[in-house]
Design a binder for this molecule. Sequence first.
Ligand code: NAD
Length: 317
Amino acid sequence: MANLKRKVVLVGTGMVGMSFAYAALNQSVCDELVLVDLNEVRARGEAMDLNHGLAFSNSSMQIYFGSYADCSDADIVVICAGVAQKEGETRLQLLARNYKVFESIVPRVVSSGFKGIFLVATNPVDIMTRITYELSGFNSAKVIGSGTTLDTARLRYLLGSYFEVDPRHMHAYVIGEHGDSEFVPWSQAIMAVSPVYDVIADNQNRYKFEDLDKIEEEVRTAAYQIIKAKGSTYYGIGMAICRIVRAIFHNENSVFTVSVRLRGEYGLRKEVFIGHPCIINSNGANRNLELKLMTKEIEQFKQSYEILDESFLSISK
Ligand code: NAD
């Protein structure tokens, strides 16, 4: 770590960024939190508002409005800046607008002398993570996207309700693009100690295989439903970012389906950032955990991978 204090710079103090900041304060995940935004007035106001809550928290966090120069000794730069998804808009349609936003952010973070870890949440997150990697020239282990971490949390919540088991004991993952081509490799889903497929096969009077498709669809369309109901999603992703930040600072070796660069897993050779189980510690994305996928699941993963690669290449044309 660059500094004795655990320091995070948040770029983008909109709904997602501030949901992260609020969770970070309440969970005391860092010692110093710097807020940076194109809209300086807003970022200053957010810093004031959060500081007024300090007296009610268990934290003595230093929170202030800042600039890119503050990244020089930061451990983590969290990027939530950009344009939010509109109703009916796919995440990929956001790409062109958010690419320009990142061109104005990432080089300035790097110029500050920043040597820490980038954590990206801006959508389309897998491609924005790859753009951060390309623009920064950082080692890929130091560039992480939130990927399908939130989708995995949504899946575990729904599975926990369905099987009436604490979601923390539902070991199932959403992988691939954080978007329409994401999917659940059900062959890998475990309820505590038993494969979900076995639990259903052995209890067909209670559970149905078709219900897994419904749960998967609910996860895939959750963002659309929330956006339709309240305009945008932010609490869940704010907490997901906070959880990843904690795993980095505590050198946890925890596993999240973050957006990471694959290194030849599944025989896929192209350089794509995609949601995949990865061990996260103070070095960043430490190690991908390659899954023993069924043939159909490998095809689904490849499809997602190709979509992400084509989208990335479309912006460089
Ligand atoms: P928002 O509009 O509330 O906030 C965006 C912020 O970015 C604004 O404060 C804006 O001033 C700032 N900004 C814009 N351009 C900037 C620039 N060039 N430099 C610095 N700051 C800049 O949007 P939001 O709801 O907070 O969403 C932010 C992003 O997070 C969106 O791309 C959204 O799609 C994404 N998101 C991701 C997930 C996920 O799971 N990864 C979930 C929800 C939302």
